[in-house]
Ligand binder design. Structure first.
Ligand code: TYD
Ligand code: MG
Length: 475
């Protein structure tokens, strides 16, 4: 007879402990450990053992006939692209994001788009009443789409309905509200979320439905409380944006059917989300004349080049330790760039508060932004603006050397498209000229793209290019 016993599970990270304790040793969170009943694994039944005797598994060669999975396009281009060209049948996607960021809005639009294109779609909400969703649909002008709506939170009822309706696409908003009879734990706990997500994903695979689960992000930025759902699903998309800004970014974090790190850009308006097909224009919007501390970075987000403005301010410290504040970039990386500028170029940031901001609320993780950040800092420190029509990209090593980055051509092409005529960039990766003198590297070279290349070999080279002096005194 299988005996059921208790385990103690951290509701934040999912770690299992043998006994209750106030603090989870795995993630350090306090008061997150909850007792859960755990059934011990069932003894293998004789019939199952008999089944295990024969060659129950047939192996296949790797080079079988590859068939691209059929895609269900929602017609919302930015959404479909992040999914890798549309939704895949019999797959599960998790869409995470802060509460109120617009997940329900996005998915209501996606489901309406899919339904309009003849894909049988249902939308199950555990958070809002039907009338509320209908009202929102009316405001967004998509109320005519043949979407089937339901408000339900009990897993068994939802699964029953899905089996009966056999939709091609089902949205569950949100996974944290769904609960199953089989567990005593409260809805939203790790045990409930894990069990419900597991059952829904299993249904997706069995019935061939594409299921999208909505998940809230917890305080520390993890989806669905802990990461327990992320490994169950085929794709994890994150919907993010700054509250004060009207645009939103859908980012692929994991995708079994497409590229990761792809982004889709949307703008939140009165009638729902609008696709932004040229994000550079949005991020550079309202950029006036060239100002000290402002630099345009030619970045790559997913497969697309995106130009963003990086702003820096270096103001005298009033008292105490100088402040370093960063929005949209990595604090450690900023400390590294400051250290390189101080050590390799003799600049002094010690008496300055340093603020760095990526305009528009985009979060940049590419090391290629190093050179743009350094340029913004130097420009702010010396109160010297860069040329107005100039983009910057390149990675900076601790030695102060500027390293080549991937897809320089794509970056330059985007810059040219938006009217930029010159670029501060590293020496091309393929170039084998190892001993270029700095006067040579600073020469303007006409590139293929029509944007003039100004090769920056080292951080010191950057300082000289911006200030016009070699090893200038910090003002
Ligand atoms: P919602 O989709 O409910 O967020 P989530 O499901 O991620 O919690 O979005 C709610 C916010 O979006 C709300 O603050 C209002 C705003 N919004 C608009 O600005 N315009 C619109 O057309 C809609 C539907 C929502
Ligand atoms: Mg919602």
């Amino acid at each position: 007879m299988a005996k059921s016993q208790s385990v103690f599970v951290c509701q934040s990270c999912g770690a299992v402990h043998a006994r209750w304790q106030g603090r989870c040793e795995a993630c350090g969170a306090w008061n997150t450990i909850v007792e859960e009943a755990q059934e011990s694994p069932q003894a293998v039944s004789p019939s199952a053992r008999a089944r295990g005797k024969g060659p129950g598994l047939s192996f296949q060669a790797l080079d079988g006939v590859a068939q691209a999975p059929p895609r269900l396009a929602t017609g919302i281009g930015e959404f479909d692209r992040v999914c890798g060209g549309g939704l895949v049948e019999a797959s599960a996607i998790l869409v995470g994001g802060d509460p109120g960021i617009g997940k329900s809005t996005l998915l209501l639009q996606a489901v309406a788009g899919a339904a309009t294109r003849g894909i049988k779609s249902v939308y199950v909400s555990g958070e809002e009443a039907i009338a509320q969703i209908q009202d929102r649909a009316r405001r967004m002008g998509i109320e005519k789409a043949p979407v089937q709506l339901a408000a339900e939170t009990r897993l068994e009822t939802i699964l029953e309905a899905l089996k009966h309706e056999k939709p091609q696409l089902a949205i569950i908003d949100s996974i944290q509200t769904v609960w199953t009879d089989t567990l005593t734990a409260a809805p939203g706990t790790v045990a409930q979320v894990r069990a419900c997500a597991h059952e829904l994903v299993r249904h997706a695979k069995k019935a061939g439905t594409a299921i999208i689960l909505v998940g809230h992000v917890t305080k520390d930025g993890q989806i669905a409380g802990p990461r327990v759902v992320e490994h169950l699903v085929d794709a994890v998309l994150q919907f993010e944006g700054e509250r004060g800004h009207h645009f939103r970014i859908l980012r692929g974090l994991k995708n079994r059917f497409g590229p990761t790190d792809e982004i889709g850009v949307f703008e939140m308006g009165d009638a729902g989300l609008r696709e932004v097909t040229n994000p550079s224009q949005l991020f550079l919007d309202n950029r006036g004349h060239a100002r000290p501390g402002s630099v345009v970075f030619a970045g790559i987000e997913g497969t697309r080049p995106v130009l963003v403005e990086i702003q820096a301010l270096a103001s005298p410290t009033a008292f105490g330790a100088p402040r370093r504040a960063v929005v949209g970039w990595d604090t450690t990386r900023l400390a590294m760039i400051l250290a390189v500028l101080e050590t390799r170029c003799g600049l002094a940031f010690g008496g300055r508060d340093v603020y760095l901001n990526v305009a528009g609320g985009l979060k940049i993780s590419e090391p290629a932004a190093d050179l743009a950040v350094a340029a913004a800092l130097v420009s702010a420190l010396f109160d010297q603006a860069l040329p107005e029509d100039c983009v910057v990209f390149g990675e900076i090593a601790l030695s102060g050397d500027v390293r080549p980055v991937s897809r320089a051509d794509a970056r330059l092409k985007e810059a040219e498209k938006l009217g930029f005529t010159q670029a501060f960039l590293p020496r091309a990766a393929s170039s084998n000229t190892t001993a270029t003198t700095s006067s040579q590297t600073r020469r303007l070279v006409a590139g293929q793209s029509g944007v003039k290349h100004r090769v920056i070999a080292t951080a010191a080279d950057l300082v000289t290019t911006i200030t016009g002096q070699e090893y200038p005194e910090t003002p």
